[in-house]
Write a protein that binds this ligand. Sequence first.
Ligand SMILES: C[S@@+](CC[C@H](N)C(=O)[O-])C[C@H]1O[C@@H](n2cnc3c(N)ncnc32)[C@H](O)[C@@H]1O
Length: 410
Amino acid sequence: MMNAQAKRLREQLREVLAKEIGFLQEREDDAIPDSWKAREEADYLQRLSDEEVQTAQRSGIWALPDLKKAPDSFRALAALAKEAADFGRRPDVSARSPNDADPLFKDCLQRGVSWRKAWELWWFTRQVSDLIDRETRIVDLGSGHGHLTAHLARAFGIRACGYEKNSDFVSRANDLHAVFNPSLSFKTCDLLKEDPELSAQSLLIGLHACGILGDLAVKLCAKARCSLAFVACCHQKIPGDFRASLNEEDPIRLDRRILGLANSRNADHPVEGEFEQNRNTRIKRLALRLLLRNRGIWVTYGDEAHGTGRRHLRDTDFKALAAEIFAKRDLDAPTIPECERAWSEACGRYPKIERAALSRETFSPLIELYIALDRAAYLEHRGFQTELVRLFPPELSPRNLMLRAKCAEL
Ligand SMILES: C[S@@+](CC[C@H](N)C(=O)[O-])C[C@H]1O[C@@H](n2cnc3c(N)ncnc32)[C@H](O)[C@@H]1O
């Protein structure tokens, strides 16, 4: 059952989010918004050294040794954020890697799976073993290349089906896994249009399943009265503009900007270079906004790259990127001096913006936990026992909060 801490946090998070929703909706366009400047902690944040900013971005604002110098209101927020980020941590989930000789881990590593992914599969298997009891079939939502589906089918000797909307991924999953195992299948399916086949004997799973699939999973689980083990990701990937709470007593509606914040936290120990690359991409975005503005085109945060993929944005040199984006917008190519001016202005402004943004980023674990607790409460109201656990160490991925549910009445 949802424990007393979970119930208290749900109330507290709802109250905090309702109060701060206007502030959270604002993003920097080319300068720090007034609502950010008005925060009690604004001056404290601007005084942080580069090293302190990095610590706060990597490990959370609560990791700053001199947080005692911050205003009381911000210290209280930071303490709540730390509690949310730690919620569901279990002593057995430590940063240690599984033993290479462990046959389960060897199986996870099969067929071109990266070490990081193999660890995720290994932890996932450990955390669901007690959910497989009367369950006879695993149903994986957003199964990607099918590594998790296939591994669980082998580990538990159980039938499994992966549902995935990308047909290339489904073909690859079939070639990699299903040809070797007749009790395994993968199906191309847009889960927003078609329901998966479920019964009370199913275990419904998802690992890093995007946005709306989280709400869909709990609704499907409630309808089928089946078990659930689900780790959400990319909360902002929703069809409409807002995510409304699943529970009627809770009036909170979070827009995509706020939902994206739930995903924004860096890993404590990112892959080498990842942290710097992410920062550099944000500076590129700011420089693009400034460049467009100098041509009289006002774009808001997030619209500057005009549909350019995240990786392309990260890996392409700024001048080449600017030329591509201007071409997409049917604008004359930016000149080299124009690009250089925008880049140097962005580099000058960014350190102040990133300090001010720490206020908003402190809400990241609060939003992620609030959504998970909303989903858990929805299932509890319908006769399920639920639990939220940190599936694996944050070093593997900060998106590690698993919602486990079992129908209590069966
Ligand atoms: C981040 S990936 C995770 C893949 C896999 N579970 C893993 O952990 O490697 C999310 C997957 O969900 C799929 N997906 C997103 N929306 C979907 C939908 N509406 N129907 C089916 N699959 C969807 C995506 O195509 C993507 O492969």
